[in-house]
Design a binder for this molecule. Structure first.
Ligand code: G3H
Ligand code: 13P
Ligand code: ZN
Length: 313
């Protein structure tokens, strides 16, 4: 099936109280692991590409691998730019064939965020075929694209801004900050993980039926941290978002849940385990088979325990 945009996916997800997983991709094993798991569970999926991923894998390789995934399965797949930093980056991805882009000007003053987001929407929505646009209000803490946003510089989304932002820009979905953050260290050790569901509910009231996005939604699954550390890895004080909280958010207006760190963790933990158990192996296919399986298993786990998107393709 050819790539699709996310409008229909989000409409169904909103109405039926589940969310679509948006998984970051950088290489073939990740794409195959994600798409195989989604195909087996008959789940729609968003494959997302950061600027770092485009630099690492090269845009043309990523496009061709995603095209190959589309030929290999019948589930709906969206190809999305994660954290686009400028109109030019978004335009380049739209021209390459992405079906969705994020313009992330959440660090800029509101009026500037509106101006650039509107410019991207005008280009994306007049493109044939239509391309969806995600924007962000509020600012998540954590590491993303080598930029480290401290807890002090992060800010929750102000529900008073959302209606005007959506109307003024024409954006298709909105990422909000309610306490999630990028990376594997989301809460201070000893503190209880919490999300601001009151903000989510207020946003939902102001924008009925409108799809909301959660970034920084890895749970840093403890079983994999254990495997990583048993095999020489170091990840002290790693704390993610409890999965039951994310499942709850998916029953509300949250239609897209971004997961990258959990996939990185699963891959690296299983490669470490493989190499520890088989020090004689030097064929990359031997340990990358385990890496691909780890991605597959993590995605299947998320579909069943967090997203609720099984059999919704
Ligand atoms: O939010 C950012 C994603 O986790 C992508 O990370 O920029 O290191 O590829 P990256
Ligand atoms: P995590 O670091 O929690 O996986 O978040 C990923 C993300 O938001 C990508 O945009
Ligand atoms: Zn993000």
């Amino acid at each position: 099936m050819p790539l699709v945009d996310s409008r229909e996916m989000f409409k169904k997800a909103y109405q039926n109280n589940y969310a679509i997983g948006a998984f970051n991709i950088n290489n073939m094993e990740q794409i195959q692991g994600i798409v195989d798991a989604c195909s087996e569970l008959n789940s729609p999926v968003i494959l997302q590409v950061s600027r770092g991923a485009r630099k690492y894998a090269k845009p043309s390789y990523l496009m061709k691998m995603v095209e190959a995934a589309c030929m290999d399965t019948n589930i709906p797949i969206v190809l999305h730019l994660d954290h686009g930093d400028s109109f030019e980056t978004c335009k380049a991805c739209i021209d390459d064939g992405f079906t969705s882009v994020m313009i992330d000007c959440s660090h800029l003053p509101l009026e500037e965020n509106i101006r650039i987001t509107k410019q991207v929407c005008e280009y994306a929505h007049n493109h044939v075929p239509y391309v969806c646009v995600e924007a962000e209000l509020g600012r998540l803490a954590g590491v993303e694209e080598h930029v480290n946003v401290s807890d002090e510089d992060s800010s929750y989304t102000n529900p008073d801004d959302v209606e005007r932002f959506v109307k003024a820009t024409g954006v298709d979905s909105l990422a909000i900050a309610i306490g999630t953050s990028h990376g594997a260290f989301k809460f201070k050790p000893g503190t209880k993980p919490q999300l601001r569901f009151d903000i989510l509910e207020e946003v939902e009231k102001r924008l009925p039926g409108f799809p909301i996005v959660l970034h920084g939604a890895s749970s840093v699954v403890p079983e994999y941290v254990k495997i990583l550390e048993e095999n020489g890895g170091v990840m002290p004080n790693a704390i993610g978002i409890p999965e039951d909280m994310l499942r709850e958010a998916a029953k509300h207006a949250v239609c897209k849940i971004n997961i990258d760190s959990d996939i990185r963790l699963a891959c690296t933990a299983m490669v470490r385990k493989h190499l520890n158990e088989h020090p004689e192996h030097f064929d990359p296919r031997q340990y990358l088979t385990d890496a691909r399986q780890a991605v597959h298993d993590m995605v299947a786990h998320k579909i069943k325990n967090v997203l609720g998107s099984e059999n919704q393709a």
